[in-house]
Design a protein around this ligand. Structure first.
Ligand code: BG6
Length: 502
């Protein structure tokens, strides 16, 4: 029997999912595999349609084939899933049309109505904007003018799901929000930060808010400081032209790393599946001390040059990048969340491209014990809680233990769990979870307008300062290394260092 028939689905209501930018890279790499996987898991039911919309002229058959290629590129074995695929493919539709004129949208509206009559989905629509932000405004305007994304008298509101970047600074984020809010209610707007769809990130909430042991030490009394590292081993690949306009602070820090900080630092919401999660995150963002007065002491930027062994080229030699580009591919900063829980506890954030390994983790380092009763010569790595977000997902307490033997020698050990051995269940891709939540109309894992704006308000002054003081030392770290020396200095000045498991 096919897997899809083995589960009962109760909560999903019949729906239509429209993917704008359906011939694009994101749809091909992430959205199509995620939607099909949700179907295979039995989570979508049978009463739905998925409609691709893009400029490219394609027949429905071509689109079905394109969708299928995306799945096989992601290792899907059609022999095993052939029955499910046939049923799923029958739910696929395609509309080719422009974004700057209404014609295609009128055809889309007609198609939606006929599909809704068949699926009985009563205006339960999700529109995923998987397009460059330049066309967000056109899409919103047409959807709004044609009343395609409305709240029905039955209480169902269509949702629009949009991808970052949500602006490139506070002014543009506000303008984007203003335009979106002109066309839709805020509760209809689902801004994606795919980090919130990651299992290991959601697990931070369950770890914190179900374990008395952890929650009781999760504050300034026991935590010396927090480190958030998102190191990527790859460079910018074929995205040079795009990335060079952005840099790593806009691409990663203002959104993904800030979200990790919020989840780590926030107060418990009253309920987990509610808007209160977002209220709590905004409170954290508002409590972060502004950079003003501490730009050069509190933040570091970097750009990779070629690797020491010559195997990886430098950023300025990447395709689409200006030869004298001053765009940062690495950023680190020290932030303070000036509230009761975190008073005086620095949060060190760092992220970079082309680093020595791919590693995303959060480390909360405990304070020193009041008195060392063991040999003073034993200098050991500090204790803490390590949340390994990817790869090698897991959580551990880093602590000291006595090495067996006649002497009282201590060594750092870890006590914890690995996803690979603790759970038989597969971890869903972040997009699976987020698309599923958008279909279920559950906004808790999406970004609200005030979150993006508060976060931009924090980083704007730093970005302006960097713009006005071009770096004289770029490139300042070798590809496949651990980043610029200044990032080590950032912690060293405070008598600390970046955590390393080895
Ligand atoms: C994206 C950034 O949002 O996140 C990319 O634009 C980055 O530059 C990517 O590589 C990292 O995501 P993940 O899930 O691979 O850690």
């Amino acid at each position: 029997m096919n897997r899809v028939f083995m589960k009962t689905v109760s909560s999903v209501k019949p729906f239509s999912l429209v993917i704008f930018g359906a011939s694009g890279d994101l749809a091909h790499r992430k959205l199509f595999p995620a939607v099909f996987e949700l179907y295979l898991q039995g989570l979508l039911g049978e009463s739905f349609s998925v409609i691709g919309y893009a400029r490219s002229e394609k027949s429905r058959g071509d689109f079905v084939e394109f969708f299928r290629t995306s799945l096989s590129d992601h290792g899907k074995k059609f022999e095993e899933e052939s029955q499910a695929w046939e049923r799923f493919a029958a739910k696929l539709e395609y509309v080719s049309g422009a974004y700057d004129t209404q014609d295609g949208f009128i055809r889309l509206a007609q198609l939606l109505e006929s599909l809704e009559a068949r699926n009985l989905s009563h205006g339960n629509r999700v529109f995923h904007f998987s397009t460059p932000p330049q066309v967000f405004d056109d899409i919103s305007t047409h959807l709004s003018e044609l009343n395609m994304a409305v709240c029905t008298p039955g209480g169902i509101c269509s949702r629009i799901v949009i991808e970052k970047p949500f602006g490139r600074d506070l002014a543009s984020a506000r303008e984007l929000n203003r335009r979106l809010n002109k066309a839709f209610l805020e509760k209809q707007i689902y801004r994606i930060d795919h980090y919130l769809g990651k299992e290991t990130v959601q697990n931070i909430l369950s770890l914190r808010f179900t374990n008395v042991l952890l929650e009781s030490v999760w504050n300034h009394r026991y935590i010396d400081h927090v480190q958030i590292t998102v190191a990527e081993s790859l460079g910018i690949g074929s995205r040079g032209g795009y990335y060079d306009q952005l840099g790593c602070t806009r691409d990663m820090v203002q959104n993904h790393l800030c979200q990790l900080l919020c989840i780590t630092a926030m107060e418990p919401p009253n309920y987990i599946d509610s808007d209160e999660v977002r209220d709590e995150k905004v409170k954290v963002l508002k409590a972060i001390r502004p950079f003003e007065g501490c730009f050069d002491q509190c933040a570091v930027r970097g750009q990779y040059g070629s690797s020491a062994d010559g195997s990886a080229k430098g950023y300025r030699s990447e395709e689409g990048v200006l030869p004298h580009s001053t765009t940062e591919t690495f950023a680190a900063c020290k932030l303070f969340v000036d509230n009761w829980r975190w008073a005086g506890v620095p949060f060190y954030l760092r992220t970079g491209k082309c680093m020595s390994s791919r590693r995303s983790e959060i480390f909360l380092q405990f304070k020193e014990i009041p008195k060392n009763i063991f040999s003073a010569q034993q200098s050991l790595a500090p204790d803490g809680v390590l949340m390994r977000l990817q790869p090698d997902e897991g959580v551990s307490f880093v602590m000291k233990a006595k090495v067996p033997g006649p002497e009282m020698n201590l060594r750092s050990v870890e006590m914890g769990f690995d996803y690979a051995t603790s759970f038989a269940e597969r971890s869903a891709d972040a997009y699976e979870r987020l698309i599923y939540d958008a279909i279920l109309d559950k906004p808790a894992l999406f970004i609200r307008a005030d979150e993006t704006e508060t976060s931009w308000a924090l980083f704007d002054p730093l970005l302006n300062h960097w713009r006005d003081t071009p770096p004289g030392d770029f490139p300042n770290y070798a590809a496949l290394s651990d980043g610029p020396a200044a990032a080590e200095e950032l912690l060293k000045r405070d008598g600390r260092r970046w955590f390393s498991r080895s």
